[in-house]
Design a protein around this ligand. Structure first.
Ligand SMILES: C[S@@+](CC[C@H](N)C(=O)[O-])C[C@H]1O[C@@H](n2cnc3c(N)ncnc32)[C@H](O)[C@@H]1O
Length: 412
């Protein structure tokens, strides 16, 4: 039976080059109009700092905060951060340049600016980072943090630093931060934002560099990284982590402490449409029990943590394409409707000490349907990108590190 094409409704579309083209003309106009707003610089800076502190107060609170209140606080943080981006006066080209490097998609500052609104991703990370900093500072006077691929707003850390400063929780003697991004526009924006937030004392360095080659000149206690998209595809999270993990102190930690990438065979309509019909927003607390039970889990395909990264072997193919071997799975037998199912790959992120970004909490943990993977079914026309297997077959997954990253299944 022919499988229907399912769009993952909840997935992010910010890397779509067509959308980028359409927006190009209006961006400068929008940013310029922000600059012309009537408030004084002091007022703008006050509002910016307040919005960052408010969002973190909510996120770190141990009492339940309503979804709408969180969304509002994060929108406000975004509105203020975008004004700092406008103040940095990036040229249209620097703002919108997006390309694929040797190790993954390099998103433009324009497309990255939205990640500061990704409430539950930032919540999972900020709460984890907060716990990790507290744990480190119990045993040493200061903690050095490296945050590569941080984008134009470094949203996993700058709001937290603003909160620490405001609450006088940790001083700049206790926390030293290095921010790294390869986009010149992200660097200009970061310089402006750090200055506007008056966080210069906490931020030791802002480096324009490729994080897969960058060599820090200090020993690192915490490596904070989020450069991934759903299905663990496109961006260079793995190459960056693999390179930078070697600069962690022997007792240094990666945040996330573990990313577990898993596969499942699903009925697309149930998983991606029916499951979300009656809920206000997608989140792991809203997944539907029946839809969950209908899944056929294949198990873990790859797990990324400090020790797995240090052990990871790399295989170089013709044309310099690099892959790493991931896990093998055996396709289950006895599933009557297997021919109608599609593969979906999703990540479960443990940032630190029980803090997580679970499935559907963020665009980056949304399961990603893979329409090229056929089990007990045949595509109408077989293309070289199609993978065709049968129930009971053993499948070895590889992870392609070069270009647009992602999983490649191979039949054993
Ligand atoms: C989606 S945004 C970053 C998101 C950010 N980490 C966050 O938490 O919101 C992606 C950023 O990573 C940067 N980036 C991607 N690959 C990189 C690399 N190899 N070296 C340095 N920066 C990189 C891009 O330039 C872009 O600014």
């Amino acid at each position: 039976m022919e499988k229907a094409q399912f769009q993952n409704k909840t997935s992010v579309g910010y890397a779509d080059p067509r959308v980028d083209e359409l927006l190009k003309h209006s961006i400068r106009t929008q940013l310029e109009s922000l600059l012309k707003s009537k408030i004084t610089t002091e007022q703008r800076i006050q509002l910016l700092q307040k919005s960052f502190v408010d969002a973190m107060s909510l996120v770190l609170s141990d009492t339940k905060v309503a979804h709408q209140q969180l969304v509002k606080a994060f929108e406000s943080m975004y509105d203020q951060a975008v004004q700092s981006l406008a103040m940095a006066e990036l040229s249209q080209d620097v703002l919108t340049r997006q390309y694929v490097s040797e190790t993954g998609l390099i998103m433009s500052p324009h497309n990255c600016k939205h990640t500061i609104k990704d409430v539950y991703r930032i919540k999972g990370y900020a709460r984890g980072i907060d716990k990790a900093i507290a744990a480190k500072l119990k045993n040493k006077p200061s903690v050095t943090i490296l945050y590569p691929a941080c984008g134009p707003f470094a949203p996993l850390l700058l709001p937290l630093l603003s909160y620490y400063k405001h609450e006088k929780r940790y001083s700049s003697e206790q926390i030293k931060v290095i921010l790294v991004d390869v986009q010149p526009g992200a660097i200009l924006s970061l310089q402006q934002l750090v200055q506007d937030l008056q966080l210069e004392d906490y931020v030791l360095q802002i480096e324009e560099a490729d994080a897969t080659k960058y060599v820090p000149n200090l020993e690192i206690d915490l490596l904070i990284l989020e450069a991934m998209q759903h299905g663990f595809t496109k961006e260079g999270q793995l190459s960056i982590a693999k390179h930078l993990v070697q600069f962690l102190n022997i007792d240094g930690w990666m945040i996330p402490q573990n990313v577990s990438v898993r596969g499942m065979m699903v009925i697309g309509e149930t998983e991606f449409n029916q499951q979300w019909k009656d809920v206000k927003y997608s989140h792991s607390i809203h997944v539907d029990r029946a839809a969950q039970q209908d899944r056929v889990e294949l198990g873990e395909i790859l797990s990324i943590n400090k020790s797995s990264l240090l052990d990871m072997g790399e295989v170089e193919l013709a044309d310099g394409i690099k892959v790493i071997p991931a896990n093998q799975i055996v396709l289950p037998t006895g599933i009557a409707d297997m021919d109608q199912r599609i593969l979906a790959i999703y990540a479960h992120i443990e940032t630190f000490s029980q803090e997580v970004v679970g499935q559907y909490d963020s665009g980056i943990t949304n399961p990603r349907p893979d329409m090229t993977f056929y089990v007990d079914a045949k595509p109408r026309e077989v293309e070289h990108t199609h993978f065709v297997a049968s129930s009971g077959d053993a499948v070895q997954f590889y992870y392609q590190l070069s270009g647009l990253t992602g999983f490649v299944p191979v039949k054993i």
